[in-house]
Design a protein. Sequence first.
Length: 291
Amino acid sequence: MTLEELQRLLKKYHLKANHTLGQHFLLDDSVLDQMTEAADIKPYDTVLEVGPGVGNLTARLARTGARVIAVEKDRSFEALLTETAGRYPNIELHFADILQLNLEKVLLNVATADVPHFGYKVVANLPYYLTGVFMQRVLRQSPRPSNVTVLIQREVAENMVAPPGKMNLLALSVQLVGMPRIVTPVPARSFFPAPKVESAVITVDIPSIPLYPGVDERQVFRVAKACFSGKRKQIHNTLAHNLGLSHNIVEDVLAKAGLSGATRPQHLSIAEFIRLARAVEDLLPDVNGPR
């Protein structure tokens, strides 16, 4: 889509980018192709698209033959998207806030006689402000997608694939359940209006068999969140402060996990976070509370 084509489309439907909703319309068709290819979409797939906007990615997804569930918060795009959906019977529109939508209900029809499993894929040009909370939601709740391919801020994409030494809470939550890789950088000039930062396409493959079988993911995330929270940087201090534990108890937990209290959370591997979470659960089952 050229800038002129986009501007004609916006003028026809009396639309403009809503900065409050973080709207930046992607112009580069080659990026849309790379996103579709990275998600490896098959005709029998169900694809969730968040924030379809002017519908150029939506149409691309629909042409694969997959069932496309497009969720748009901004109702000013309803006429445009309804016209797009009229050309593709496999597009299903929902005008709602994705964070408030009951995804399980929307996806109930995913399992069919031909595809007898409850799975789906996510492909989206995500508003920057939504990235962290949206990724946490789709990766931690059921049903879990088999692949997430999103266009997001480049710095955040690089954080998601970061190795131990540079990890943050988002990287841990992604790498605990899936295998992320950056597909391609996307310069600001590829959008209208152009954002102030660079972007990137990232894809996360999520296997049907867990990467870490038998692991309580919620407990690992809870302990990791305690490690990363607050101003105290060493895990001894963050665990004591954020879980309300005495220093002696924390020392026992760290000893059982085989970790030094002076270690900083960004240096821990996924396996070490798992050991730490199991040590907390084994030694302090009453501390965990409801999850």
